[in-house]
Ligand binder design. Structure first.
Ligand code: ADP
Length: 561
C-alpha cells in the first residue's frame, strides 16, 4: 500500500467502563439488583442506585488521595457493594484488584504486596483473614469493612478501619467520570496458582468493554434485558466471567448469592427471583443438582446455565437438559482471557439432529467468540488440522487476552508464529473440529501418556461421574515401568452409596473409551482437594497419593492398542 490511508470519519470515543454504568443508569435505571447479604437478609437496589453510589466511591477515592492507577483491593462475595466498587474504582481511573479469599493467608498477603494495594475493602466474613494479613501489608493505607457503620467490629485490631457506608456517605454523589485512554488498566486478577506462583492478568477498559459486548451475544451467554441473571461464579475471580459488565450493557436483572452457595440457598434464590440464566463451575452445580434430586424440586423460570472453569461432565449436562429442561452452555476460558474463549451453542444444522447427537456436540467446549483466534499446534509448533481428531497445544490471541503479566512476572509468555504474531499458550491440550468446536482433553501437565499415547483424564472422569454412586472423580497418571504411565481413578462415593472397584471398572465397558485407556485401579478417597476456584487440584491429589503403587505393575494385564 502506498500513500496515506483515508481515515474513517467516525467520532472517537474511548471504550471506558464508566460508559457502561452511565448507560445503565440512563436506559434501565430501574433494573433490579438483588443480593443475599453477609448479614443473611435479601437486599434490593437498582442500576440507578448502583450508579449513584459508585460516584460516591469515586469521590471517596479522590478524597483518600489514591493516585491514578492506584490499586483498590476487594475481598468480597458477589453483592451490590462489590458491584459499586467495580464501577466506582475503575470508572475513576483506579485499578480494581479482586482477591480470592480461598487462598492461604500467606498467599493473600503476598498478592496484596505484589499488587501494592492502596485501599482494601472486605466483607465481614473475611475479617479473620484480614486480621491475619493486615500487619504484613504496608502498602494498604486504608482498610474498609463492607458494612453499615453500626456493624463495624470494635477492637478489630486493624488500625483506622472504616465502614464502607460511613466512607461513602461522607462523599457527594456528583462526579464527572474522567475520560482517558481506553488502554488504561481497569482491574486485575491473579491466577489461582494451580500452575506455580500467582501471576496477575491486568485488564484494560478496552478489553473489558469488548469482552462484555462479546459475552452478551446470542451465541455466547445471550443476555437480554428480559433476563434475571444469577452469577454464582465469584466476582473475586475473573470478574464473574464479565457478567457485572454485560449486565449494565444489557439491563438484565442481577441476582447475587453472597456467601450462600449451598444447593438450597441457590435454588431458593433462583425460584424467588425468577432467575432465567445462571453461571457457575461444575462443583457448585453438583450441590444444586443433589439438593434438587433429594427434594424432588423443579425450576420455574431457569432456562439456561453457563458452566465452565472446568469440564462439565456429560451426566450433568444431561441432568440439566433432560430432567429439568435447562439448556447448558458449556464454556471455556481462563483468567488470562478475561475469561471467555468459547461457548458451546448449536448451529442451525444441528437443530434437526436427534437429541443424542446434539448432546455429543454440546459436551464440547464450543466455538470461539468473535475476538478470540485459536489454533492447535504439534510438538514442533506446526499447525494441526481442525478435524476433531488431532490433539495439540492450544494457543490463542485477541484483544482481551494477556500480552504479558503484571510487572513482567514470568517473562514474555507469548509464542511467535512464522509471521511474528504472538500467541498465548493456554496450557490446555485440545482438538478442534471442522465446525470450529473446541474440545479440551486435558491441561498439558495433567495429560497421561501411556505407551506413547495420550489418555484424556477428562474422558475417564466423565464416565466415572456418570455412575450413580460416584460423587466426584479425578484421574491421574502413575508411573509404570513398561507403559511409562497408567491412569488410576480416585473416587469419592456418594453418602450412603456402596461401590466396589470391579463395579466401577466394569462400568467402563461399552463406553467411548478404548480398553487400554480404562484405569488400572480405583482408589477410594474421602475427598478430592479443591483449589481456590472450586476446581479439583490434581497436584494436591498426587501429593495425597504419593505413596500409592499400582496393585501389581509386573503382572499388569493391560495392553496398549
Ligand atoms: P487457574 O486455575 O490457572 O487460575 P483459571 O481459573 O483461569 O485458571 O482456569 C483456566 C483453566 O481452567 C483452563 O486453562 C482450563 O484448563 C480449565 N477450564 C476452564 N474451562 C474449562 C472447560 N469448560 N473444560 C475444561 N477445562 C476448562
Amino acid at each position: 500500500m502506498s500513500g496515506p490511508a483515508l481515515l474513517g470519519l467516525m467520532q472517537e470515543q474511548p471504550l471506558l467502563i464508566s460508559s457502561l454504568i452511565v448507560f445503565a443508569e440512563r436506559h434501565h435505571g430501574d433494573g433490579e439488583i438483588v443480593s443475599r447479604r453477609v448479614e443473611g437478609d435479601i437486599h434490593r437496589t437498582s442500576w440507578a442506585e448502583i450508579a449513584r453510589r459508585s460516584r460516591q466511591v469515586a469521590n471517596a477515592l479522590d478524597a483518600a488521595g489514591v493516585a491514578p492507577s492506584g490499586r483498590v483491593g476487594t475481598i468480597a462475595w458477589n453483592g451490590y457493594r462489590h458491584l459499586e466498587l467495580y464501577y466506582g474504582v475503575s470508572g475513576a481511573g483506579r485499578v480494581l484488584h479482586t482477591l480470592n479469599p480461598r487462598l492461604h493467608p500467606d498467599q493473600v498477603a503476598w498478592i496484596i504486596n505484589h499488587a501494592e494495594d492502596d485501599v482494601l475493602c472486605f466483607d465481614l466474613s473475611f475479617l479473620p483473614l484480614v486480621q491475619a494479613v493486615h500487619a504484613r501489608c504496608p502498602s494498604v493505607r486504608q482498610w474498609i469493612a463492607l458494612c453499615d457503620a453500626d456493624r463495624l467490629p470494635q477492637d478489630s485490631g486493624i488500625p483506622g478501619l472504616l465502614s464502607y457506608e460511613a466512607w461513602i456517605d461522607a462523599c457527594s454523589d456528583r462526579y464527572d467520570w474522567p475520560v482517558f485512554d481506553e488502554n488504561t488498566a481497569s482491574s486485575m486478577c491473579y491466577t489461582s496458582g494451580t500452575t506455580g506462583n500467582p501471576k496477575a492478568a491486568l485488564y484494560s477498559h478496552r478489553s473489558t468493554v469488548l469482552h462484555a459486548y462479546a459475552a452478551a451475544l446470542p451465541d455466547a451467554m445471550g443476555i437480554s434485558s428480559c433476563d434475571s441473571v444469577l452469577p454464582v461464579v465469584p466476582m473475586f475471580h475473573v470478574n464473574a466471567w464479565g457478567i457485572p459488565y454485560a449486565g449494565a450493557l444489557t439491563g438484565c436483572k442481577l441476582v447475587f448469592p453472597g456467601p450462600a452457595l449451598d444447593g438450597k440457598s441457590v435454588h431458593d434464590l433462583i425460584e424467588g427471583e425468577g432467575v432465567t440464566f445462571a453461571a457457575g463451575v461444575p462443583t457448585v452445580w453438583q450441590m444444586l443438582l443433589a439438593h434438587m434430586e433429594a427434594g424432588g424440586l423443579r425450576f420455574t423460570a431457569l432456562n439456561r446455565t453457563v458452566i465452565g472453569g472446568a469440564a462439565c461432565p456429560p451426566s450433568m449436562l444431561r441432568a440439566f437438559r433432560e430432567r429439568y429442561g435447562v439448556e447448558v452452555l458449556h464454556g471455556w476460558g481462563m483468567t488470562e482471557m478475561s475469561p471467555l474463549g468459547t461457548v458451546c451453542t448449536l448451529k442451525k444444522k444441528h437443530l434437526a439432529w436427534p437429541a443424542e447427537q446434539q448432546l455429543a456436540v454440546l459436551q464440547k467446549q464450543g466455538r470461539a467468540l468473535f475476538g478470540v483466534q485459536m489454533k492447535i499446534v504439534g510438538e514442533q509448533g506446526e499447525d494441526l488440522p481442525w478435524d476433531g481428531k488431532a490433539c495439540g497445544d492450544l494457543l490463542v490471541r485477541g484483544p482481551w487476552i494477556v500480552r504479558e503479566y503484571f510487572k513482567g512476572e514470568g517473562g514474555n509468555p507469548l509464542v511467535r508464529d512464522a509471521d511474528g504474531a504472538g500467541w498465548f499458550p493456554t496450557g490446555d491440550v485440545a482438538a478442534i473440529d471442522a465446525d470450529g468446536y473446541l474440545q479440551i482433553t486435558d491441561r498439558s501437565k495433567d495429560v497421561i501418556k501411556s505407551g506413547g499415547e495420550w489418555i484424556s483424564s477428562i474422558d475417564i472422569e466423565n464416565i466415572a461421574v456418570a455412575h450413580p454412586a460416584v460423587a466426584m472423580a479425578a484421574c491421574i497418571g502413575v508411573s509404570h515401568p513398561k507403559w511409562d504411565e497408567r491412569p488410576i481413578i480416585a473416587v469419592v462415593v456418594r453418602p450412603g452409596a456402596q461401590l466396589a472397584k470391579e463395579e466401577l471398572l466394569d462400568f467402563y465397558r461399552g463406553k467411548t473409551v478404548a480398553k487400554w485407556q480404562v484405569p488400572d485401579d480405583v482408589v477410594f478417597v474421602e475427598s478430592i482437594p479443591l483449589g481456590a476456584t472450586g476446581k479439583m487440584l490434581k497436584t494436591g491429589l498426587r501429593e495425597q497419593l504419593r505413596d500409592y503403587r499400582l496393585p501389581d505393575v509386573t503382572a499388569a494385564t493391560t495392553t496398549n492398542g
